[in-house]
Structures are given as C-alpha cells and as structure tokens.
Write a protein that binds this ligand. Sequence first.
Ligand SMILES: NC(=O)C1=CN([C@@H]2O[C@H](COP(=O)(O)OP(=O)(O)OC[C@H]3O[C@@H](n4cnc5c(N)ncnc54)[C@H](OP(=O)(O)O)[C@@H]3O)[C@@H](O)[C@H]2O)C=CC1
Ligand SMILES: O=C(O)[C@@H]1CCC=N1
Length: 269
Amino acid sequence: MSKTIGFIGCGKMAQAMIEGMIRSGLVKPDQIMASAKTESTLQHASSEFGIQVTTDNVEVARSANFLFLAVKPNLYGEIIEEIKHEVQPNTIVITIAAGISLDYMEKAFERDIKVVRSMPNTPSLVGEGMSTLCKNNKVTDEDIVEVIALFESFGKAEVMEEKLMDAIPAVSGSSPAYVYLFIEALADGAVLQGIPRDKAYRLAAQAVLGAAKMVLETGQHPGELKDAVCTPGGATIEAIATLEKNKFRGTILSAMESCTNKSKALSGK
Ligand SMILES: NC(=O)C1=CN([C@@H]2O[C@H](COP(=O)(O)OP(=O)(O)OC[C@H]3O[C@@H](n4cnc5c(N)ncnc54)[C@H](OP(=O)(O)O)[C@@H]3O)[C@@H](O)[C@H]2O)C=CC1
Ligand SMILES: O=C(O)[C@@H]1CCC=N1
C-alpha cells in the first residue's frame, strides 16, 4: 500500500494497530505519522515503531490519506474543531471510538467528508484483531476495499450495518478484557492447586486460544464442542454444573448489556 496513514492520539489502541500494520508488512513505518498530547508518548512511538511523530494534530490531518481519530470519545469534538478545515477532500477519516456515529462526524465536520466508523480491539497488536466497519455514502466501493485491506493487515474485519455498531464493543471491542479476567481466574485456580504461576498462565492462555480456534476452524457449534469435553460422570461436567449454578452465561449476558448501554450513552459526545 502506498498511502499515508495518520493517527491523532497514539495510545493503547493506536499503538496496537500501528504495530499490527507494520508487522504485516503492508505498511512501512515512514508511511505513518502520529500525534499525541505528551512528548513521552511520542518518543516511545518513535523509538518503538520508527514512525513520524508530532504534537501538531493539524500536521497529521493535512498529510494523511487514512486518518484515524484514536482519542477518547469526549475529545472528538475539540479535535474535529481543530482539524476540520485541514483534512484533504479524498482523505478517509476513520473513527475507533465507542458511540461516535457517522451522523455525529458529518455534523461536526460541517462539510462533505469521507467517514468510516470502526470498532477494533487490542489483539490487533499481534495480528489477531477483530474489527467491524461501516461507512458513510461519500466513501466509495474502491475506498472501502482499501480500508478493509488495512484492517485485515492486523486481523479480521467485517462490514456491519451502523445500527449494530453500538453492540460491537460488548462482543469484540471490550471482550478481550473479560477474556483476560477469565485467563487470570483460570491461572489463579491452577496456582491454588500448586501449579507454578508462569506455567498456569501458559496453560490457561493456550487452552483459550485452542478453544477459540476450534470454534473458528471446525465450524462445530460451541455446545457440541463443549459436549465432547464432558465425559459422562467425569470431571468437566462437575465444573460446568458449578458454572451454570452460578449463572456463568447469565453474568456474561448482563455484562454485555451494561457495555452496550454505556456505548449507546457515549453517542453524540
Ligand atoms: N483500548 C481499547 O481496547 C480500545 C479502544 N477503542 C477506542 O480507542 C480510543 C482511544 O482509546 P485508548 O487507546 O484505549 O486510549 P489511550 O488513553 O491509551 O490513548 C488516548 C490517546 O489520545 C491522546 N490525546 C489526548 N488528548 C489529545 C489531543 N488533544 N490531541 C492529540 N492526542 C491526544 C493521548 O496522548 P498522551 O498519550 O500523550 O496522553 C493518548 O495517546 C477511544 O475512543 C476508545 O473508545 C476502541 C476499541 C478498543
Ligand atoms: O472501554 C472502552 O470504552 C473502549 C471501547 C472498546 C474497548 N475500549
């Protein structure tokens, strides 16, 4: 890809995407420019990734073909105010914030602007991201093909209807956090039984990775895969029974509902 990529905001999510893009070889470090609030973040990004850095958001906005707004949702208003007259007509502005809608972006820019709304996740850093995307009507079919290629350089990407985007953090944007909690809990349980902690994390994480690959690669229903682990009268079904009695699935559903409600509440910020 020969296009330039800009990041306004260079925190955890931006760095995960930058690392993923560079690792894939699709993008060279000198094609990327990022801005942030503090020099320390920029020094880190420059030495870690070899990208161009600046504290000037306008410099990033002027030079980018793909411009990621990678700041917290409550900063979108002031950042757009700063850059709205500087973005080139063909630049595709890409949002990654929970709750920021296409309509919000069009109104904030007060001009015709190409916008892609996305929801990535931090496993992008290791090339295993899951991102969803939707676009406004200024983004052409050729544009979206290029945007998808960019997102696929650090994982999987799916185009979605915008009305579903507020529900995406709960299932893939935020969910790595609950999976880490699960892995931590599995490791604690192992340590409780005397397994050394470093081994416990490796065993737990590899089991989660393997189970996820089984769902993706066998096409079997998760219930069927679970049944294959539960030997009748065996040990696994005891664990499953305890999880069900303690509302494991119901708790996950409630957590996801809270996450979605908060994503909706962030709209328009
Ligand atoms: N973290 C995640 O897993 C995910 C996050 N997102 C979204 O990504 C966005 C960023 O989140 P995250 O990366 O976690 O947050 P971070 O706090 O890690 O990063 C925010 C970045 O914004 C920079 N910043 C703050 N003010 C300005 C400014 N005025 N001009 C330029 N840059 C500024 C900060 O600079 P400095 O470092 O110098 O303070 C920092 O680099 C959010 O909108 C969030 O919803 C989406 C999906 C997943
Ligand atoms: O917590 C948040 O609001 C962001 C959105 C998805 C992951 N982190």
